[in-house]
Design a protein around this ligand. Structure first.
Ligand SMILES: Nc1ncnc2c1ncn2[C@@H]1O[C@H](COP(=O)(O)OP(=O)(O)OP(=O)(O)O)[C@@H](O)[C@H]1O
Length: 310
């Protein structure tokens, strides 16, 4: 069995003169939670739709579970939540899933199992229209889990959820991946992707800008140093770690040094600084957030203005 669950090669989609997805080549491996991250309009949904066989690529191709997207053997092994699922408001969550199970020629027994997995069993008899948004989203994941698929594709599964609902959803996705299923989710929320995903693909303007683990994308850690006097500290830090490895960072009237080095340099740095008569107020390691990484890659902030998320 191959360990590559999804592979796209130069996958592109053009709508009129707009290239919605521009030569995206990504790889999703078995058992991981893969985050497809980008601002609204970046091309996430279109890419996921091509991976699901719902949209035909203009050029390039996708291979899913070793086969063409949308082919019957692949469809049977993929569960998806792309755009709101069509649930009947007046039926209970359980009955909605029963309808879907029948539609997929699955027997009813799996219904309670998936309700259990999304922690909705005790509320399975309630009408869908009475569910909170978080419960509705979890029911959507339950529907995608029917038939025990190898791959779960979720478009913005936490969109619109409150922090508690997001935390529930994250825990659910980690649990799904721990059970051996592969999860691909899209999101425009960096913090969320940072917390839950093993690997991330960053997309903007239809192009895949980077792909890797969160740690790889953030790059090496740095040491943040608050010391006085700063100019003497700068000279010492440059002597210890090289001229190019030190920069002055300005923040709220409290300038500090950022030294591009790992935590193993902190003892030597502080020793030399103190030896040179510098007062060391703080020395700690810092990692770039994905937000900073995104900014460095695109020159534009990732965060959307409030209310612009769909
Ligand atoms: N059916 C379509 N016809 C024309 N243009 C489309 C169509 N679907 C998407 N687009 C355009 O393609 C671009 C990418 O859209 P897409 O929905 O894939 O982005 P996204 O990253 O999923 O964003 P969002 O989070 O807002 O859904 C957008 O500019 C969008 O307007």
């Amino acid at each position: 069995m191959t360990d590559t669950i999804v592979r796209t090669d130069a996958l592109s989609k053009r709508y009129g003169d707009r290239l919605a997805v521009d030569s995206v080549s990504l790889t999703v491996r078995r058992g991981e939670v893969y985050g497809f991250l980008g601002p609204n309009g970046a091309g996430k949904t279109t890419t996921l739709r091509m991976v699901l066989g719902l949209v035909r690529p203009t050029s390039g191709r996708a291979v899913v579970l070793g086969d063409a997207p949308g082919s019957p053997p692949v469809v049977a092994r993929v569960g998806a939540l792309v755009e709101g699922p069509g649930f009947y408001p007046y039926l209970s969550g359980r009955d909605n899933l029963r309808v879907m199970a029948r539609y997929q020629r699955l027997d009813d027994r799996g219904v309670d199992a998936v309700l259990d997995r999304v922690d909705l069993r005790s509320r399975g008899g309630d009408r869908y229209s009475r569910y909170s948004l978080g419960m509705k989203q979890r029911l959507g994941v339950a529907a995608a889990l029917l038939g025990d698929p190898d791959l779960l594709v979720l478009d913005e599964p936490t969109n619109g959820l409150d922090p508690a609902g997001m935390a529930d959803m994250r825990a659910l996705l980690v649990d799904v991946a721990a059970g051996g299923q592969t999860v691909v989710l899209s999101s425009h929320l960096l913090a969320e992707v940072q917390e839950v995903c093993d690997r991330v693909g960053v997309i903007a303007g239809g192009r895949l800008l980077a792909e890797g683990t969160v740690a790889e994308l953030r790059g090496a850690t740095a040491v943040l140093l608050r010391a006085r006097p700063l100019d003497l500290a700068l000279a010492v830090a440059m002597r210890v770690s090289g001229d190019d490895a030190v920069e002055v960072v300005h923040g709220g009237g409290d300038d500090a040094l950022r030294v591009h080095a790992g935590p193993e340099l902190i003892p030597q740095l502080t020793r030399e600084l103190v030896g040179a008569g510098v007062d060391v107020l703080e020395a700690r390691t810092v990692e770039r957030s994905l937000e900073e990484v995104f900014l460095a890659m695109t020159g534009a902030p990732m965060t959307q203005p409030a209310g612009s998320a769909r």
